[in-house]
Design a protein around this ligand. Sequence first.
Ligand SMILES: [Zn+2]
Length: 471
Amino acid sequence: MRRLHFHILPAIILVILLSASIRPASAQDTSGPIYIVQAGDTLSSIASRFNISVDDLMTANTITDPNVLSAGQELVIPGLEGVSGILDTELINFGDSYRSVMRSTQIDKGLFQKLNRIISPTEFYVGANMIVPRQDGAPTYTSTSPVSGDSLLEMAITHNTDVWTVRELNSLSGTWDGLPGDTLYVPSAANDQPANGLPSAFHSARITTLPLKQGGTGEIIVKTDPGVVLGGVLVDFPLHFFPMDDGSQVSLQGVHALLEPGLYPLRLDATLPNGSTQSFEQMVLVISGNYPEDPLLYVDPSTIDPAVTEPEQQKLVGLVKDATPERLWSGEFLSPAIQYAESTYFTSRYGDRRTYIGQGTDLTIEGFHTGLDFGGGTGLPITAPAAGRVIFAEPLTVRGNATIIDHGWGVYSGIWHQSEIQVQVGQMVKQGQIIGLVGGTGRVTGAHLHWELWVNGVQVDPMDWLNESFP
Ligand SMILES: [Zn+2]
């Protein structure tokens, strides 16, 4: 969950009170709860989300023109008796579970299911977009894990509360009903701590780049107890964690452009200073990058011969597989064509589906465009997109005159098709420094600059790295 503030509903207080066999006089809000329109929403997407008709939505909000809808606009959602306040949209993050969200938000299960039309708690994956009602001025709760062997009473005393409050907050059927290692919620004055279902060594774990998409970069930021060593797996790539200045650890992992959209596992492993381990796994949604199909490309047949392309591909994968521990870049990357072109001057974007045909043959291969192409004639200056160490600088059959820069932490730039390479292996380069000249060497249909970015063994969309800074 992105937000750290959780709020309680009158309807839920009612449920809790009813379960305690006390019947207060109910005062229902008949106007209905408010949904704040998000960018990309349409009346029909909102109506379908709340399982109501567009007409009912328009009537409740006295809308006459369905095309006039703006982000930030407040809409009353009809048909949700007993619900009031703001209906917030939340992306489920790592560690959030059906049980933990029920507990942290104190939402009634039936209401949550009604709002989100959840069929089963197994649909609770990372990246799922959930509607959570919230109201200002409600209390917040913080998560805690009972030390093994602690009774609820001991835990309640530790947290300056009582067993009955803990029981109600966590919907336990009795004061005996706490699962070993389960995360429970206790009343809290501080609201800077997230409520999650993670094992105790994890203070928090978040994917900060949700939803994950084909060709995207997954950024996972984890806070733990001191001295905890982290590892894990996303899809089937082993994760490498590196320390950040604020004491948290970060892992960057590319998502392959051809990975089928769907649910994939993310597992995090913590090794504690005493040698014991704790793990947590959850499914993560990967969405389509919506990449278009390029027109057929006719190229020199020798550049699509598997006897040539396969060994070259393997060589490249071997060069960029290590995550060196020193981070050499900082901030956003810079277009390598910055010296001669607008940063928006792309002739071909990342991810396009491509079919190459060998001129004069029936040899074809299929793939995707692994980087960004910038137009420009032979001899124009190419600059380093970010600081790093040159680890490769020589001609290849498919990629032509090629330079690879190691930026550290498993992040590498590849610059292909140059007419001239102007750096040497082992050389340190600065961001914006000239490293070579544009050319048409290798598998090309004309002179251009191709820049690609590898993140822990996977080519990602470099545009993301031009627009935001990782981590
Ligand atoms: Zn290209």
